[in-house]
Design a protein around this ligand. Structure first.
Ligand code: CP3
Length: 360
């Protein structure tokens, strides 16, 4: 028996190294929305009920999280859950309609609705999430694969609660933001507190990275973002800063917001496909990592085109150690799993120092 301390099985994780801009021997890759939708093995076990039922069942949620890791050989596993799970769990009254997304029958409209957003107690309200994280950690860490926990950022979650469902213009959300800033900040503060305790509990259960999804933040002007949204995201990143896990911050059409999103406190900034990584790097700075940014809509194109696009993303990164390869947004249900697998193999064959030809 040796007295030496047990070594961390994730010490060699290329994903964790890239998040910290440390050298690593292969470009790490995972896909947002990798768990589910496009995988036949997902549809086989998901069941016909709401996704919230599958999330509430650690057996199914664990298996669904593992499926893409097995199939694609990705470098990280994203927990199978959803950004509205905490607000659902505290009884706000939000469901996820298949093919639609989160829907709230009684949307958030006035100060009286604040009472419907009580603090989250993860052990009591979402014990199934923590059980799933613990099972995943036990299963994956020995193989060197970290689990990414996540939360919805206050703005993106608020947009569902205020609109009552998915929106293209965020009219009611922006009306509330500008019409009653005080109420807006109270709503955002409550949602930020929920995100904080949720993320803390996932990290406590063993998640080794977290991602804050502010998917729809790109709908805002820079000045609205900085005034109405950023302080709450700053509070979240600050609260988990000392827990020792890399923090990823993601949104879509955020080209103009990238520097602010980095400034909010993330270690890694997600970039959608519209902004080349070289430009994102100028905006975010060279001390943070970037995540992205293959256009998900080209994955089903003929392979030579996909290969060229993957190589172009890696070339744009120009050998910076802080690059986690991903899509610019999530996997769509119709994407070809075989193409995604081939993308993982290609990314892994490229030199993290640049876009050199694949190894023989
Ligand atoms: O694979 C993963 O990324 C892990 C699990 C995950 C889900 N949702 C499962 C899910 C994650 C990280 C999310 C986050 C999420 N949920 C976001 C942020 C990420 C992003 O894509 O921008 C947002 C905006 C939501 C809200 C939400 N939930 C939407 C817009 C939808 C899609 C509705 C649809 O069916 O097209 C959902 C449902 C959802 N969440 C599904 C999955 C696998 C599909 C549900 C199903 O199987 O019926």
């Amino acid at each position: 028996m040796s007295d030496s301390p047990p070594t961390d099985p994730l010490a060699g994780s290329p994903f964790l190294a890239a998040c910290r801009c440390e050298p690593h021997d292969r470009i790490p890759v995972w896909f947002m929305r990798q768990a589910g939708r496009s995988l036949p093995e997902y549809l086989a076990i998901r069941g016909t009920g709401s996704i919230l039922e599958a999330v509430g069942d650690p057996d199914r949620a664990t298996e669904i999280t593992l499926q893409p890791v097995r199939r694609y050989g990705v470098d990280a596993a994203i927990l199978y859950s959803d950004i509205v799970v905490p607000v659902h769990a505290i009884g706000f009254g939000v469901e996820i309609k298949p093919g639609v997304g989160p829907v709230a029958e009684n949307p958030f409209r006035s100060a009286a609705d604040l009472e419907r957003i009580r603090p989250l107690e993860p052990d009591v309200d979402t014990p199934y999430v923590l059980e799933t994280v613990r099972r995943l950690v036990a299963e994956l860490n020995p193989h060197g694969v970290p689990v990414i926990g996540f939360a919805g950022a206050p703005f993106t979650v608020a947009s569902y609660l205020v609109e009552g469902g998915p929106s293209r213009d965020w009219l009611k959300t922006k009306s509330l933001m500008h019409g009653d800033p005080d109420l807006w900040h109270q709503l955002m503060g409550r949602l930020a507190d929920m995100a904080i305790v949720s993320l803390e509990s996932q990290i406590e259960a063993g998640a080794r990275s977290i991602q804050l999804f502010d998917s729809w933040a790109g709908a805002l002007t820079v000045s609205d973002y900085r005034q109405f949204v950023m302080p709450h995201s700053v509070a979240i990143f600050d609260a988990v800063a000392d827990l020792g896990v890399p923090r990823i911050h993601f949104g879509v059409t955020t080209g103009e917001l990238l520097s602010s999103m980095g400034e909010a406190g993330a270690d890694v900034v997600g970039v959608d496909w519209r902004t080349p990584l070289s430009i994102a790097r100028q905006r975010v700075g060279t001390d943070k990592a970037l995540q992205g940014n293959l256009d998900p809509a080209i994955v089903n194109a003929p392979w030579p085109a996909v290969e060229a696009a993957v190589r172009a993303v890696v070339a744009e990164n120009a050998g910076h150690p802080g690059h986690v390869f991903n899509l610019g947004h999530g996997v769509m249900p119709s994407l070809d799993p075989d193409a995604l697998k081939r993308i993982v193999e290609l990314v892994h064959s490229l030199d993290p120092g640049g876009s050199t030809p694949p190894r023989p």
